[in-house]
Design a protein around this ligand. Structure first.
Ligand code: UDP
Length: 385
C-alpha cells in the first residue's frame, strides 16, 4: 500500500471565507502535507493548528483584493511579483506528491508553476465561472490551463460544473463533490439562545455571508423595510475588498430608518449558534451561487430557509421541498415569503424535518472527505489522468 500522500494545498488568500472553511476540513489528519499561501492572515494559523507546515509567500501580493476591474496601474507591479511567486511555488511543489489549488488564482499560478514542477494538479473550483465574476481573459486563461494541466477539477454542484463546461472546460475533468458539513444543533430553546447571545426576542431573520454586492444583503434590507416589527441580523464582514459595499449597506439601513431593527454583527465564528437563534435564514444572492454552505447549515439547524432561485440553491433545496425559493433581487417577493413563514411557522414543520434529513444524507462531511480522499489517491496513482 502506498503511503499517505504529501499534498501541497495552495490558496491565494489569508482570509477564511467559505472555500477556506472547506479547505480546513479537507486538510484534517494530513499532517504530512503543507500549505502555500500568497498572503498572511488568519488562514495560516488555522492550517498550522491542523498540523500542516504553512509557507506564506515572501511576495505577499494581496491578490485577494485584486479584481478584474482593478486598473493596470495596480496590475503592473504585480507582474514581477507573480513571476517570483510562481518560481517559489514550483520549488515548494517539488517535495510533494500532489498539488491541490483551492481557488482560481491559486490554480492559475500552480498551473504555471507546474510547467517546471510536473506534479499532478487538482483544482477545487469553488466558483461559477461566468462573466459576472471573471473577465473574458481570466475565463479563457483558467479554462485553457485547466484543459492542459489539471488532473481533475472538483466542483460543488451541477451549476458550477455546467458553467465550467459552458466556458470550454473539458467534461471529463470534472468531478462533482457537494460540500459537506457536520454541525449538530445545541439542545437549547431559541429564546434561551437569544438571551445568551443578546438578540431581540421578537420575529428575527438572519443572513450569514460575507458582505458583497452579489450576496444581496441590500435586498433583505429592502424587504425588511416592508415588514414593521421584524428584526434582522446581518452576520459577516467584507472579506475580499468589498468595503464600499459594506459602507453602502450601513448607509441604506440608516436612510431607511432601520438602525433599531437591523443589527450588524460583523464576522463571527459562532454562526451555527446564531443561525439556530433566528426564525428564518435568508440567502438573498442576486447572482447564481456555486453552492451555499449557509443553506445546509440552516437545514442542519432546523431553521426555515428562504433562498433565491438560481445557481445551486434550487438543487440543494430540491426545488422548494427543503426550503422556499424566491426570484433573485425581488425585495417584494422576499418580504411576502418572510411574512408567510413568520406568521405561520407550524406549517413548515414537515419541511424542516425533510430538510434536516436531506442535509445529513446528501451533504455530510464524511461523504465529502471520502470523495476528495479517493480523488487525491487516484490522481497520485495516475489512475484519473
Ligand atoms: N461565515 C462565518 N462567519 C461569518 C459569516 C459567514 O463563519 O461571519 C461562514 C458561513 O457560516 C458559511 C461560510 O462562511 O459556512 C460561507 O460559505 P458560503 O458557501 O455560504 O459562501 P462563500 O463565502 O463561500 O461564497
Amino acid at each position: 500500500m502506498m503511503s499517505r500522500e504529501r499534498v501541497l494545498f495552495v490558496d491565494h488568500t489569508g482570509q477564511i471565507g467559505g472555500a477556506e472553511l472547506i479547505l480546513l476540513d479537507v486538510v484534517q489528519g494530513r499532517n504530512e502535507s503543507s500549505a502555500f499561501l500568497f498572503e498572511r492572515g488568519p488562514l495560516a494559523q488555522a492550517l498550522a493548528e491542523r498540523g500542516l507546515s504553512v509557507i506564506t509567500s515572501r511576495w505577499g501580493l494581496g491578490l485577494s483584493t485584486f479584481r478584474r476591474d482593478s486598473s493596470w496601474m495596480k496590475a503592473l507591479p504585480l507582474a514581477g511579483g507573480l513571476a517570483a511567486i510562481t518560481a517559489e511555488l514550483a520549488r515548494v511543489a517539488r517535495g510533494h506528491d500532489v498539488v491541490y489549488a483551492n481557488s482560481q488564482k491559486a490554480f492559475v499560478l500552480s498551473a504555471i508553476a507546474n510547467v517546471v514542477a510536473r506534479k499532478p494538479l487538482i483544482w477545487h473550483l469553488h466558483d461559477i465561472i461566468s462573466p459576472v465574476h471573471f473577465g473574458a481573459m481570466q475565463r479563457r486563461t483558467q479554462v485553457f490551463l485547466a484543459n492542459r494541466v489539471a488532473a481533475k477539477v472538483i466542483v460543488p454542484s451541477e451549476a458550477a460544473a455546467a458553467a465550467f463546461i459552458a466556458a470550454g472546460g473539458r467534461r471529463a475533468l470534472v468531478e462533482i463533490v457537494p460540500n459537506g458539513l457536520s454541525v449538530e444543533p445545541v439542545p437549547v430553546s431559541r429564546q434561551e439562545l437569544r438571551q445568551r447571545l443578546g438578540l431581540p426576542s421578537g420575529p428575527l431573520v438572519g443572513v450569514f455571508s460575507r458582505l458583497a454586492q452579489w450576496k444581496g444583503q441590500h435586498v433583505l434590507v429592502e424587504a425588511l423595510a416592508q415588514l414593521p416589527g421584524v428584526h434582522g441580523v446581518i452576520v459577516g464582514d467584507a472579506l475580499f475588498g468589498e468595503q464600499d459595499y459594506a459602507a453602502q449597506l450601513k448607509r441604506q439601513v440608516a436612510e431607511l430608518g432601520l438602525a433599531d431593527r437591523i443589527h450588524f454583527l460583523g464576522h463571527r465564528r459562532d454562526v451555527p449558534l446564531l443561525m439556530q437563534a433566528v426564525d428564518v435564514m435568508v440567502h438573498p444572492s442576486i447572482d447564481p451561487e456555486p453552492f451555499g454552505r449557509t443553506l445546509v447549515e440552516a437545514m442542519l439547524a432546523g431553521v426555515p430557509v428562504i433562498a433565491t432561485d438560481a445557481g445551486a440553491a434550487p438543487d440543494i433545496l430540491e426545488h422548494g421541498r427543503a426550503g422556499l425559493l424566491v426570484p433573485p433581487g425581488d425585495a417584494r417577493a422576499l418580504a411576502e415569503a418572510l411574512d408567510a413563514v413568520l406568521s405561520e411557522p407550524a406549517i413548515l414543520e414537515p419541511q424542516l424535518v425533510y430538510a434536516s434529513r436531506r442535509a445529513r444524507t446528501h451533504y455530510s462531511l464524511s461523504r465529502m472527505l471520502d470523495s476528495i480522499g479517493l480523488l487525491i489517491r487516484n490522481v497520485r496513482a495516475g489512475a484519473a489522468v
